[in-house]
Every structure is written in structure tokens, then in C-alpha cells.
Design a protein around this ligand. Structure first.
Ligand SMILES: [Zn+2]
Length: 264
């Protein structure tokens, strides 16, 4: 699932659509809760990211909100070549088209007339995410720290990949109750979260295998942070810090890779 760095990368690619007008729209999947009539004629004011959501601000009509979930993506393209699994096309007056491609139909598109209304926590790469804020979240919770990092109502945008990587960078065992972390561990985790997110954005995100991703790579859409992952998907490989074999555990139905020696 695309997490903050992948969505941030996509939003940056979409910035040219701000200032254009939607001249035509095709909704090709009846699961999408938006109609062409709601979109055609609207001017696009802004494109931004909030957590893992893409928020397209429409002049006078609210926010068009796209959540990619497992395999969805948005592609900005001038060509009218058929793209498989396209579920929505926005034809812009600039001549570009925005394609919402959604093979597994899990991604969502909806219009919020009164603006973005999802209940989301703090942005981890914004100025408000401080060591103190993280300490406050952790102090109030006995939840395993990995699960706390995945709670979108607390911190928005971190998923399974970057939670595991941040905990490895911090040297913290993902199963530790959040309120058991010492001040120095909270500071290390804060540094782990921000550094891994900025590093991944610099690499244009992580591209995980499979045929869809191969297509994305050929379309120049894939990032390369998968080559820099230290623990995610690397179980039974040696830890690059201490050489111990990386292990995988299940936590709340999600797998977590970690080093049993240097994450304590
Ligand atoms: Zn290690």
C-alpha cells in the first residue's frame, strides 16, 4: 500500500494540474461515489497530500479525495492510449488527462463538498511533529509501539513498511508497549521516523514487486527506496547493523520484520 512517501511523490508529480479546469470526466466504476456532473467545469485550485490521501481542491465544489489503498494510482498523461484498469478519467483544459487506475478496485474517490473531513492525526514530516508530541502519544498507550505508529488518528501517513524501518533505525523492539519507551528511545524513534520518511521521499518512494509494479516501473512511476530497506521484507537476511538474522512476527494481523538482537 502506498504510504506517505509514495503519496507525496505522486502529489508532487500532479502539481501541474493546479490552475487547470476539468473539461470532461468519465467515471468507469460504479463503486466510485462521485459523478461526472459534479466534476465537469470545476477549476482545480490545489493538489495536496494529507496522510495517505490525495486532496484535489476544486473551486467552489469542495475537495476531491483519492485514497489509493493497495494498488490504486493516479497517472497524469497526455496520450489517450488505453491504460488497463482505468476507473476514472479527468480531461483537463490543458490537454492533460488524469487517470485513476485501480486494478483491485480497493481505492476510493469521493467528493467532500465542505472540504476534507477525515479524522487524521499529525503529519510526521510537518513542523508540528516534535519529540514531545511523540512522547505524549506513547505515554498514553500500552499498545505495542509498532501499532501505535500505524494509528492514522495519531500520526497520519505511516504504514507497515516505514513503521518497521523507523523502529529498526531507532533500535526499538516493535512489540514494546508504547508507554515503556524511555525518553532517549522516544527521541531515537522520532529521528527514525522523520529520517526514513525524508530518505524515502528523496528516492521517490518504495516500489514493491509484482506485475503492476513492473508496469509502474516502465511508466517511470516507481521509486527506488526498496533498495534501501533495512528490515521490511528482509526476514532471515543478516541485519546490516549487527549481522543477526532478521525475524518476522505477526502483530494484529500484520507482519513486522525486526532484528531480535539490536532492537531491544
Ligand atoms: Zn541487528
Amino acid at each position: 500500500m502506498p504510504e506517505l512517501p509514495e503519496v507525496e511523490t505522486l502529489v508532487r508529480r500532479l502539481t501541474p494540474i493546479a490552475g487547470t479546469r476539468i473539461a470532461g470526466a468519465e467515471i468507469l466504476d460504479d463503486r466510485l461515489t462521485v459523478t461526472a456532473e459534479q466534476l465537469v467545469g470545476a477549476s482545480i485550485r490545489t493538489v495536496r497530500r494529507r496522510g495517505k490521501y490525495i486532496v484535489i481542491g476544486l473551486d467552489g465544489r469542495g475537495d476531491l479525495i483519492v485514497h489509493l489503498r493497495m494498488s490504486g494510482r493516479l497517472r497524469l498523461d497526455r496520450s489517450a492510449d488505453e491504460i488497463p484498469y482505468t476507473r476514472m478519467i479527468l480531461r483537463l483544459d490543458s490537454g492533460d488527462c488524469v487517470y485513476f487506475v485501480n486494478p483491485r478496485r480497493l481505492g476510493t474517490v469521493s467528493l467532500c463538498p465542505h472540504g476534507f473531513d477525515r479524522e487524521l492525526g499529525i503529519e510526521p514530516i510537518g513542523p508540528n511533529f516534535s519529540v514531545d508530541v511523540l512522547a505524549e502519544f506513547a505515554a498514553g498507550s500500552r499498545t505495542p509501539i509498532k501499532q501505535l505508529l500505524l494509528d492514522q488518528r495519531k500520526i497520519a501517513g505511516i504504514g507497515n513498511i516505514y513503521a518497521a524501518e523507523a523502529l529498526w533505525r531507532a533500535g526499538v523492539d516493535p512489540r514494546r508497549p508504547a508507554n515503556s519507551l524511555r525518553a532517549d528511545e522516544i527521541a531515537a524513534l522520532h529521528a527514525g521516523i522523520t529520517s526514513v520518511l525524508y530518505d524515502a521521499i528523496e528516492q521517490l518512494g518504495t516500489t514493491i514487486g509484482g506485475s503492476v509494479s513492473d508496469y509502474r516501473r516502465s511508466a517511470g512511476e516507481g521509486g527506488s527506496f526498496q533498495n534501501r530497506l533495512s528490515v521490511y521484507g528482509r526476514d532471515s537476511e543478516p541485519c546490516e547493523r549487527c549481522g543477526t538474522s532478521i525475524e518476522r512476527v505477526m502483530q494484529a494481523g500484520r507482519s513486522t520484520c525486526y532484528c531480535p538482537a539490536c532492537q531491544t
